[in-house]
Design a protein around this ligand. Structure first.
Ligand SMILES: [Zn+2]
Length: 309
């Protein structure tokens, strides 16, 4: 990849389990891992706690995630319990594989090992999972299960719980989060959250681009959508606009190209459209985090918030 930045990988468990559970793809969750087949003629893939650690060491990741059994918020308490117990057991196996890999393959700094916290909406089960992961040597903690409610709202209370019950210096991994307003919401809770989501790049490829509202310089970030707008670049109104996607953006796309040119690239399905749009959406996210770090957030419950940064 010729990438000298930080590499973060995931176990692949969430993707496979959601294909099995939600899309009815062939596969099964067994006591020692997950089997998966994309189609009847495709090769069978077997994910075990040991293998996914080995693969992530092969990628030379700086952050590796142990295999977990991911449930959804709609699953029964019995399923949540079984998933939590399986996740704990798999983590112990993953930790042994991690120690072995550290001895065999790596020189220098070993990667950070993240355990995923399951337990659905049951605080006691979540606590039990955290305790077991800590005892087994987890160095970071991922948010297990689907992060949004059926209405698309962030499961903020469960994230707040994880912030409270995990060791205070451990990084927290908000797997599958998220939308710009969700990043603001979680950073309000705790600055330890790390984000990982397909939304900015997938939206870019579908021509949905983000633009800070023009008055952002006078506004604070809030956990709603008032600080940005979606620009649907294929909308007819963008076919003649000479302005960039976002007036204040310093990304290579906004510095050089107009909305009308991007509109044209999307319309003729030029591959450059995806790349320019992706560059912009990713820069929108890094600018958002720069603003968050500079203390531009409105803190709830404080009345008229003071402006910082
Ligand atoms: Zn831009």
């Amino acid at each position: 990849m010729a990438w000298d930045g930080v590499i973060v990988s995931d176990s692949g468990g969430f993707q496979v389990l959601s294909l099995i559970r939600k899309q009815g793809k062939t596969g099964a969750i067994r006591s020692n891992g997950v089997t998966f087949q994309e189609s009847p003629t495709a090769k069978k893939i077997v994910l075990t706690p040991e293998k996914v650690i080995e693969w992530q060491f092969g990628l030379r990741s700086d952050v590796v995630v142990a295999l977990d059994d991911c449930t959804g918020p709609e699953d029964s308490p019995a399923e949540q319990l079984a998933s939590t117990e399986r996740t704990i057991r798999w983590f112990r196996q993953a930790r042994k594989a991690y120690d072995l890999q550290c001895r065999q393959r790596r020189s220098g700094e070993p990667p950070l090992l993240v355990g995923v916290v399951q337990g659905g909406t049951d605080p006691e089960l979540r606590q039990r999972c955290v305790d077991a992961l800590v005892e087994s040597g987890a160095q970071g903690f991922g948010f297990g299960s689907w992060p949004l409610s059926a209405e698309g709202e962030l499961e903020r209370e469960m994230f707040a719980l994880l912030s409270r019950i995990t060791p205070p210096d451990a990084p927290l991994f908000a797997l599958g989060v998220g939308r710009p307003e969700h990043l603001v919401s979680l950073c309000e809770l705790d600055m330890r959250w790390v984000f990982d989501c397909t939304i900015p790049t997938r939206d870019a490829r579908h021509g949905r681009l983000y633009s800070f509202v023009p008055e952002i310089a006078d506004r604070l970030l809030t956990p709603d959508r008032s600080f940005y707008q979606n620009v649907y670049i294929l909308d007819e109104e963008n076919s003649r606009k000479d302005e960039p996607i976002c007036a204040t953006c310093d990304c290579p796309t906004c510095r050089r190209y107009s909305r009308s040119y991007l509109h044209h690239l999307f319309r003729v399905k030029d591959g450059l459209a995806d790349r320019l749009a992706t560059l912009h959406n990713l820069r929108f996210y890094t600018r958002l985090l720069e603003m968050i770090r500079a203390g531009r957030m409105a803190r709830p419950g404080l009345g008229e918030p003071a402006r910082v940064g």
